[in-house]
Ligand binder design. Structure first.
Ligand code: NAP
Length: 343
């Protein structure tokens, strides 16, 4: 990874993990945003080879990800899990391609930029071929905070997530659908994707607990990645990540303590003017961000902005946000990064 990279012009693009929950959205984003590519290659596992997916009015044939099929690629958008990213990401770069990776494989590497275009596009400068797309819960949590943080730095952050099935991939979405149907029909359902019954239930995020801290893997990612993206390595952050029986779009309850006192109206004004977020804060009608409204939307919905009454200094706010983590938390953010790389 020592080559220096030119800007991309009419790149030959590959979507790796094209059949997955994120991959399908990557293809849609490339089409909807009219991404200027010269060719698109769809790669997935052997299971999907020979199937087709639509793109710009054509049916493109899916190929197996292997050494031969990852050649002649200028830009590879990886969303096939850490294993394929580790095996084929550096190989793509060695052959002169640029990788935008949705997995967690490289996110905390010092020489890999971890980018949310609304927050730290400058981190792309001098990249060495691999660019990491952050964890979805981290993106949804901190993108709405950025316009506040840059005016009045956050001193302490507490987030509690309500994470949808889609965050665990297409198979988890199917498990939620099937287990809910079985529950309503009074039948038993043997879950195979997630570790607990999912219909009419919720549970602590299905990543392993670190015995030293008691935090699960998702919570640790949210903490470490938020610090890296904000360029605030010592920012005190706590996270509780929970999987809820929502099909798509994550929600987050946020408490942020700022350096100086901050009024809810100031926060509303800053958020209303910021890119990538939309104010949904209608107290009169009790209408606030909901995953069902966030699904399919590029913007992260932000509301319930109120003073945190547990901090009489006036420096803390509570917010509630909902964002489509398949879009802004994954595919859209990755394509936005790719757009920044265009000549
Ligand atoms: N879901 C999210 O909200 C989200 C957000 C941010 C990041 N991510 C990350 O994005 C990646 C994909 O997540 P997902 O939710 O889209 O998962 P998914 O729905 O389970 O899809 C996985 C994709 O990877 C492919 N794949 C699996 N093993 C492969 C292999 N050995 N070689 C080639 N392709 C392989 C699958 O192909 P087949 O269909 O052929 O099996 C499928 O296209 C993961 O790293 C995840 O952590 C996901």
């Amino acid at each position: 990874m020592s080559a220096s990279y030119q800007s991309l012009s009419q790149p030959r693009v590959a979507v790796v993990g094209a059949t997955g929950a994120v991959g399908i959205e990557l293809i849609r984003c490339l089409e909807q945003r009219n991404f200027p590519l010269s060719s698109l290659r769809l790669l997935a596992s052997k299971r999907s080879a020979g199937k087709t997916l639509p793109f710009r009015g054509q049916e493109l044939v899916i190929e197996e990800l292997n050494d031969a099929n990852i050649r002649d690629i200028d830009l590879a958008l990886f969303s096939a899990g850490s294993g394929p990213s580790k095996e084929f990401g550096p190989l793509t770069v060695a052959r002169g391609g640029v990788v935008v990776d949705n997995s967690s494989a490289f996110r905390m590497d010092d020489d890999v930029p971890l980018v949310v275009p609304e927050i730290n596009p400058f981190a792309l400068e001098g990249h060495k071929g691999i660019i990491a797309n952050p964890n979805c819960a981290a993106i949804i949590s901190i993108t709405p905070l950025w316009p506040l943080h840059r005016r009045n730095p956050i001193r302490r952050l507490i987030v509690s997530t309500y994470q949808a099935a889609s965050g665990a991939g297409a198979a988890a979405m199917e498990e939620l659908r099937l287990s809910t149907q079985a529950y309503l029909e009074g039948e038993t359902y043997q879950h195979t994707v997630l570790p607990h019954p999912y219909a009419f239930n919720l549970f602590s995020h299905n990543t392993a607990i670190d015995p030293a801290t008691g935090y699960n893997g998702e919570e640790s990612k949210v903490i470490a990645e938020s610090r890296k993206i904000f360029g605030a390595p010592d920012l005190p952050i706590s996270a509780t990540c929970v999987r809820v029986p929502v099909l798509r779009a994550h929600s987050v309850s946020i408490t942020a303590e700022f350096t100086d006192p901050i009024a809810p109206d100031t926060a509303r004004r800053l958020i209303a003017d910021a890119p990538g977020v939309r104010l949904v804060d209608d107290a009169a009608n009790n209408y606030f961000p909901m995953p069902i409204d966030a699904s399919g939307q590029d913007d992260i919905l932000v509301g319930r902005i109120r003073q945190d009454l547990s901090d009489p200094s006036g420096r803390s706010l509570n917010l509630f946000v909902a964002g489509d983590q398949l879009l802004k938390g994954a595919a859209l953010n990755a394509v936005q990064i790719a757009e920044l790389l265009l000549a």
